[in-house]
Write a protein that binds this ligand. Structure first.
Ligand SMILES: Nc1ncnc2c1ncn2[C@@H]1O[C@H](COP(=O)(O)OP(=O)(O)OP(=O)(O)O)[C@@H](O)[C@H]1O
Length: 260
């Protein structure tokens, strides 16, 4: 059974057909890449998967369960974790507090209950705090645990955002442009991190990115969207050199691959 199944999903906004009959699969422990030019519908597809939008037609299933109409928090509780195109963190809080807050969205009681609560909640608090530190160590972020988010450079922020979503203990991780704003070396490091995270946490990952070398390197399977439709899908190298994908990116077919 697939972890994620999107079947014939369509959505329109007034006259704009943002998605038309999109189908996509992500199997257990797979990394699935989504590429496509600006306005192709990539973020809209994520919004349909995570519950920010309800599709006009089609189905979204998570581990066989129809989640098409479930609200966002119920999907999060099932194991869907998502990052945003623009960093989604509490800017005035510390890195550690951002992780602890993200975890409390998951456990269903407020941090103050943990402070005033029973021995059982104390034990749970300790478990959450230990896990937060484990994630920070894995992402080499322990050194900024007590720094305020607002004081951090962009590349570090992107890693903190990844840490915060991992803190919610996801099973399916949806990453919206994790490589945006990163230089080639940082993107290379991010690729290594994603491969490690998949192994350490047994994750299935679906990622949108414009950074084609990153997507090609880490993905098992790639979808290219254009004008709300799947233009091509398959193994990364095949999609990257697909004539229609080249045309969509470059506007002509004189090159043999999507630019690196
Ligand atoms: N809430 C909305 N209301 C109206 N139009 C929308 C809405 N959300 C998305 N769209 C439109 O849907 C289309 C797809 O947008 P989307 O943001 O999904 O593209 P994208 O592939 O993620 O682009 P980018 O790479 O630039 O982020 C665009 O024409 C966009 O203007």
């Amino acid at each position: 059974m697939s972890v994620l199944e999107v079947d014939d999903v369509s959505i329109h906004f007034g006259g704009i057909k943002a998605l038309q009959n999109i189908s996509l699969r992500a199997g257990e422990w797979e990394i699935v890449g989504i590429i496509g030019p600006n306005g192709a519908g990539k973020t809209t597809l994520f919004n349909c998967i995570t519950g920010f939008y309800t599709p006009s037609a089609g189905r979204v299933r998570y581990r066989g369960k129809d989640i098409t109409r479930l609200p966002v928090h119920r999907r999060t509780a099932l194991g869907l974790g998502r990052t945003f195109q623009n960093v989604g963190l509490v800017k005035n809080a510390t890195v550690l507090d951002n992780l602890l807050t993200a975890q409390h969205l998951q456990v269903g009681y407020e941090p103050v209950t943990g402070i005033l609560g029973s021995p059982a909640t104390f034990a749970e608090e300790k478990r959450l705090r230990d896990r937060a530190h484990q994630i920070l160590e894995l992402l080499q972020l322990e050194y900024v645990a007590r720094e305020r988010v607002t004081d951090l450079p962009y590349g570090v922020l992107k890693r903190v955002e990844l840490a915060a979503v991992l803190a919610t203990d996801p099973d399916l991780l949806l990453l919206d442009e994790p490589g945006s704003g990163l230089g080639p070396e940082e993107a290379e490091g991010l690729g290594d991190t994603l491969l490690t995270l998949r192994k350490e946490f047994g994750l299935t990952i679906v990622m949108i990115d414009h950074h084609v070398p990153l997507v090609t390197r880490v993905s098992d399977y790639v979808y290219c969207l254009n004008f709300g439709e799947v233009l091509a899908e398959g193994r990364p190298d095949a999609v990257r050199s697909h004539p229609e994908v080249v045309l969509a990116y470059l506007g002509d077919d004189t090159e043999s691959e999507v630019p690196v």
